[in-house]
Write a protein that binds this ligand. Structure first.
Ligand code: PMP
Length: 353
């Protein structure tokens, strides 16, 4: 820390992104990326747009929002595009939380929520998940706080049904609930349709996972027109050109390839079922994942040991800190070949095979 850093950031504990190794051939199962590249037309669209990089991008993302509106059945005014969905979450903390309206979220959930709370000066409460990592909707009734729920949750992989989210929204008419649907396309149900019914619902989604655009950084917030107007006021006060030209073009092209996206999601779900079955045969225990990752532990090998043993053998998985989840690892679902390699490698690790 330099002697110039503002004292308000003296205790800042930044989010730790998953490793992105530059050298050595790793099988990367640690950051929930999609193993399939974007459709060729998406890459082509981004390349073509790169010839116009002397010009600013469209701060309204008009064409992209129109394409997304057509895809989701929402109106353009109900959508705001962001630089990854992380940015949408950050803007939501800025817009809808303060000293009087704290944030609440689960004790085991996306690690960025407490980081955003701290950097925005938002007081927050963590609500413990049940023993089996299930989220009890009633724990969020009359919360008197802005609610952040990853649905499906990360790293647990478990999902609530839209009716359960609706119950939470009904019980919190005076505050916003932000439903982070980063992984929804891998087998959970979206709440997008509920935004017409509940003016306190903000749904956040990303193009990073099901749409293979993690490196493009594209996400969006969907909600009642007024909520989106509030978020835009924040966005225009921070970075109006938050989505760059190439990403915007990639996003539009991507929305024309829904069949490709759906096919990849299907394959990932099949690979998840295959991997879960093999892991069970090896003695692993895991939650019922609705995402592109598995959250697993082995009774004979600690989470950290497993992570290290696999890393030595050039496979990266994610070991997250946190008392409740120290035994677990989060394993991204890759191609079938990658998952076969994972299983073969695990079989050779002492205590497992
Ligand atoms: N929400 C959750 C639950 C996530 O796991 C992630 C990915 N790390 C994000 C949001 C953010 O993803 P991105 O910024 O790439 O859209």
């Amino acid at each position: 820390m330099s002697r110039f850093l503002s004292e308000k950031f003296a205790d800042l504990e930044p989010y730790t992104p998953g490793e992105q190794p530059r050298e050595g051939r790793y099988i990367k199962l640690n950051t929930n990326e999609n193993p399939f590249p974007p459709h060729p037309s998406v890459t082509e669209a981004a390349e073509a747009e790169s010839r116009k990089l002397q010009l600013y991008s469209d701060p309204e993302c008009k064409a992209l929002r129109a394409a997304l509106a057509a895809e989701t059945g929402l109106r353009e005014e109900e959508l705001m595009m962001t630089n990854g969905s992380d940015e949408a979450l950050y803007f939501a903390f800025l817009a809808f939380c303060d000293r009087h309206t704290p944030a609440i979220f689960a004790d085991v959930t996306y690690g960025f929520y407490p980081v955003y709370a701290r950097i925005t000066g938002t007081p927050y409460r963590e609500i413990p998940l049940g023993e089996d990592f299930r989220l009890e909707p009633k724990d969020y009734y009359q919360a008197a706080a802005t609610i952040f729920i990853a649905n499906p949750n990360a790293p647990t992989g478990l999902a609530l049904r839209p009716e359960e989210i609706a119950g939470i929204l009904e019980q919190n008419p005076y505050t916003v609930a932000v439903i982070d649907e980063a992984y929804v396309d891998f087998g959970a149900e979206s709440c997008l349709e509920l935004i017409r019914e509940y003016d306190n619902l903000l749904v956040v989604q990303t193009f990073s996972k099901s749409r293979s655009l993690a490196g493009g950084r594209l996400g969006f917030a969907a909600g009642n027109e007024e909520l989106i107007r509030d978020l835009n006021a924040i966005r225009y006060s921070v970075n109006p050109y938050n989505v760059n030209r190439m990403t915007s073009a990639a996003g539009i092209a991507c929305l024309k390839q829904e069949e490709y996206t759906r096919k990849n999601c299907r394959i990932i779900q099949e690979n998840r079922a295959w991997t879960a079955a093999r892991l069970k045969e090896l003695g692993f225990e895991m939650t019922e994942s609705r995402t592109n990752f598995l959250f697993a532990r082995h009774p004979a090998v600690s989470g950290e040991t497993l992570y290290k043993e696999l890393k030595k053998r050039k496979i990266l998985i994610r070991h997250l800190s946190g008392k409740r989840i120290a035994d677990y690892n989060r394993i991204t679902i890759g191609t079938r070949e990658e998952m076969e390699k994972l299983i073969q490698t695990l079989e050779k690790i002492p205590g497992i095979g």
